[in-house]
Write a protein that binds this ligand. Structure first.
Ligand SMILES: [Zn+2]
Length: 417
């Protein structure tokens, strides 16, 4: 192989002409960067950077430009080339298209895709350290990678059963509205805001024909969702998202735990108060996930505090309702409501009241056998992403990260198709 072809292959820029390779010294006089000068083939030159249409030349732009590329061994590398501007019929005067980088990017495509691939799969600190870039730069990279990935595909094809939810970010100060596909267990849409306007934007994007094809929509008890759904998808069945109903019970359980703990503290039962404080996770977790220690904790609560144990059993049985589903689930829910009503636990009496208010949409969720697991898994991962995305400046980067991670839009590593 000729040396220029070896370099082109090594950099993943086949089809581009490698003109020269130079080493640049760093401050210590060592090799700090490898700069690879390239030139476009005639067929690729003079195209619009946005639409790739052949366009007439405009000027030389800002002369030679550099794009940060993947490291070569242990050394940083850059691709350098002329970046002339063209005049596109649709896009006006823009920098011409280059095959190795996205329009307007300071990093190569291979670098962008690697950063996105890592951001989806590994810890923030690992991405930043491995690629030697700031987290905000990662945010900008995944925003453009996601924009390109979602532009080329029909995200809404075959959508029948969807879940609508809101999720908080910026430590609970801001919200996203998210839409998931129940059948494929994927995120399909996310946008800033949690009100009727933001949800209208989703149905606008979906279009009338596809709105009519939606058969079932799950959501929490929020009235803004119910209002918009009634208006835009009148034939769809609105189901109460089981996740939220179980969450009501989890919150009620936590309230009982706090009451019992406060009473123990005030009553001077210090040992009991300490035990109860440490029992939080044992009460929260699904019984099948408990560690031995947590199981022992629960057994202790059963013996020493039946009031709290009763609250725990109520939470668990409500979970069981959605596990059973169908008619058996509805029947168990009847029993549950009666039990909660006479439980003498005000927090659970309140949950029972909310369930009665929303009974028809809860029964709809049970009868349509709406599975909780997929949506719950997406919600859990989304919450994790909002924490990872905290350092990004704009919510667009959070949405981009969510689309790459949970909608299946993440590109493969360079050259691994
Ligand atoms: Zn164009």
């Amino acid at each position: 192989m000729r040396q220029a072809s070896v370099w082109a292959r090594l950099l993943g820029v086949q089809g581009t002409i490698v003109e020269e390779v130079t080493g640049e010294e760093d401050e210590g006089g060592e090799l700090g960067a490898v700069v690879v000068g390239v030139r476009l083939r005639k067929a690729d030159a003079g195209r619009c950077g946005i639409c790739r249409r052949r366009s007439s030349g405009y000027d030389r732009g800002e002369g030679r430009r550099r794009w940060r590329h993947l490291d070569l061994g242990t050394v940083r590398s850059f691709i350098e080339a002329e970046a002339p501007r063209v005049r596109c019929r649709d896009h006006g005067v823009v920098v011409g298209w280059v095959p190795w980088a996205r329009h307007g990017a300071g990093h190569t495509r291979a670098f962008d895709d690697t950063a996105a691939w890592l951001a989806v799969r590994t810890a923030k600190s690992a991405v930043v350290e491995l690629l030697r870039i700031g987290w905000r730069t990662v945010g900008r990279i995944i925003t453009r990678v996601s924009a390109e990935a979602t532009a080329g595909v029909d995200r809404f094809a075959g959508l029948r059963r969807i879940g609508i939810d809101e999720i908080s970010y910026k430590r609970g100060h801001r919200y996203l509205t998210v839409v998931v596909d129940h059948d494929r267990g994927r995120l399909v849409w996310a946008a800033v805001g949690h009100d009727e306007n933001s949800l209208h934007r989703f149905f606008d994007a979906l279009g009338e024909e596809r709105c009519a094809a939606i058969t079932l929509i799950s959501a929490d008890a929020a009235s803004w969702i119910a209002n918009v759904v009634r208006e835009r998808c009148e034939h769809a069945v609105l189901c109460m998202d089981p996740f939220h109903v179980v969450q009501w019970a989890s919150r009620a359980l936590d309230q009982v735990r706090r009451e019992v703990w406060n009473a123990a503290r005030r009553g001077g039962q210090r040992a009991l108060a300490r035990e109860l404080k440490g029992a939080r996770f044992a009460l929260w977790k699904n019984p099948e996930d408990l560690t031995e220690r947590q199981e022992a904790k629960l057994a202790m609560i059963e013996k020493t505090n039946y009031r709290l144990y009763r609250a725990y059993l109520l939470k668990e049985q409500l979970r069981q309702v959605f596990h059973l589903r169908g008619r058996r689930g509805c029947r168990l829910l009847d029993h549950w409501l009666a039990w909660a009503q006479r439980s003498r636990l005000p927090a659970f009496v309140k949950v029972a009241r909310s369930i009665r208010t929303h009974r028809s949409s809860i029964d709809a969720a049970l009868m349509h056998e709406l599975s909780n697991a997929r949506v719950e898994a997406i919600n859990t991962r989304l919450r994790l992403l909002t924490r990872i995305a905290f350092g990004f400046r704009s919510p667009d980067a959070l949405i981009a990260l969510a689309m790459l991670s949970l909608a299946g839009h993440c590109p493969p590593l360079p050259d691994r198709r």
